[in-house]
Design a protein around this ligand. Structure first.
Ligand code: PLP
Length: 359
């Protein structure tokens, strides 16, 4: 006997992870999940040890110390910050708070997929706006908005393309939307972008615009396993999140680690600089062997091959030697593979193998 699920759930493809294990291969080089290849702040690791004595107690459900650290470091208003168990928890909450039958959600074609899934389950109709050059087309997004649109979702820098919105585009998008449409900006990779050019959207939120900016400790802060994300937006959005959030979803250890990592901006700057250098050197090597390696503001690069067969062959021969990268079939980019930037040693092994295959 099985219980009937909602129709929206029946049609979901299910979350596709990067490969994890390869039978018979001893050393795995995991470059498929956009995790940080370098160590997190030592202060975060120390904070985890320090909290061991508090394990029998529930965590602070108001996340006061972590929100204060975020507010101090970014110069933001404490009350407008909400934290969750990864940005995925917060994205799921936004979907549940704002979507229902008859509501439209506008997304860009190659924007991070998981938010679409959550909005679909919550009953929304998803309007997908084409990306002609693997870049979000702001005019087309504005044109796609309907009277039923409640959320416009944009990812910058975007996963998997690596592109960020050009200067002024976020503000232009916000200014072109009706006040009651919530603009959700997923900045999971923002710390890797060039901060002299990158538009975070925090200033728009401070100016009272209907925009919520999502951030995570899973990428540049190297704490994917701790599950902490945060967002910054209008008080009504933050209050609604507080009402529906599972109160204890972030553990005491995770809160302490994230707070310590946020306060260690020296470490953050060091790792983002190192990853950016490795990323640019990898792009150059790929271009040297005749492949298109897209410019990226994230800790990953989308590599375009001659065709789908070549992409498949490269993926398979990397798997043979334990290197896992990410096929892009779920985005219909079957001639592309996404490579997370690993350590210098990992990138050297990958590059040697790619040269041997295609060079
Ligand atoms: C664009 C984007 N948003 C959100 C997430 C989820 O991050 P978190 O670990 O904070 O849930 C990811 C993870 O890959 C991502 O690529």
């Amino acid at each position: 006997m099985t219980t009937k699920t909602r129709e929206a759930v029946d049609h979901l493809p299910g979350y596709i992870m990067a490969a994890q294990d390869i039978p018979g291969v001893e050393r795995i080089i995991q470059l498929g999940q956009n995790e940080l290849a370098l160590e997190p702040s030592p202060n975060a690791i120390e904070a985890i040890h320090q909290t061991a004595s508090a394990l029998s107690r529930y965590p602070d459900i108001a996340h006061v110390k972590l929100r204060q650290a975020i507010a101090d470091v970014h110069g933001l208003n404490f009350e407008q910050i909400a934290c969750g168990a990864g940005s995925l928890e917060l994205l799921g909450l936004l979907a549940n708070i704002y979507c229902e039958d008859g509501v439209d959600v506008v997304v860009s074609e190659f924007g991070y997929k998981f938010f679409q899934v959550q909005c679909t389950v919550a009953g929304a109709n998803i309007i997908i706006v084409p990306e002609p050059d693997l870049k979000a087309d702001i005019d087309a997004i504005i044109a796609a908005v309907t009277a039923q649109t409640r959320i416009v979702f944009i990812v910058t820098p975007n996963n998997p393309t690596g592109t960020s919105l050009a200067s002024g585009e976020l503000k232009r998008l916000r200014n072109s939307l009706a006040d009651e449409v919530l603009l959700v900006v997923d900045g999971a990779y923002a710390e890797f972008a060039d901060n002299t050019k990158y538009e975070s959207g925090f200033d728009l939120a401070d100016a009272g615009e209907n925009i919520v900016v999502m951030r995570t400790f899973s990428k540049a802060y190297g704490l994917a396993g701790m599950r902490v994300g945060w967002c910054y937006g209008p008080n009504d959005v933050v209050d609604a999140i507080a009402k529906v959030r599972s109160p204890n979803s972030i553990t005491t250890q995770s809160l302490a680690a994230a707070e310590a990592a946020m306060r260690d901006q020296t470490h953050l700057n060091k790792v983002t600089h190192e990853i950016s250098e490795l990323r640019e050197s990898f792009r150059q090597k790929m271009q040297d062997i005749g492949l298109q390696a897209l410019p990226s503001d994230g800790n990953f690069v989308l590599v375009r091959f001659a065709n789908e067969d070549q992409a498949k062959a490269v993926y398979a021969s990397l798997i043979e030697v334990g290197i896992i990268i990410r096929p892009m079939g779920s985005y219909d980019l079957t001639d592309c593979l996404r490579v997370t930037i690993g350590t210098g040693e990992e990138m050297a092994i990958l590059q040697d193998r790619m040269m041997a295959l295609l060079g």
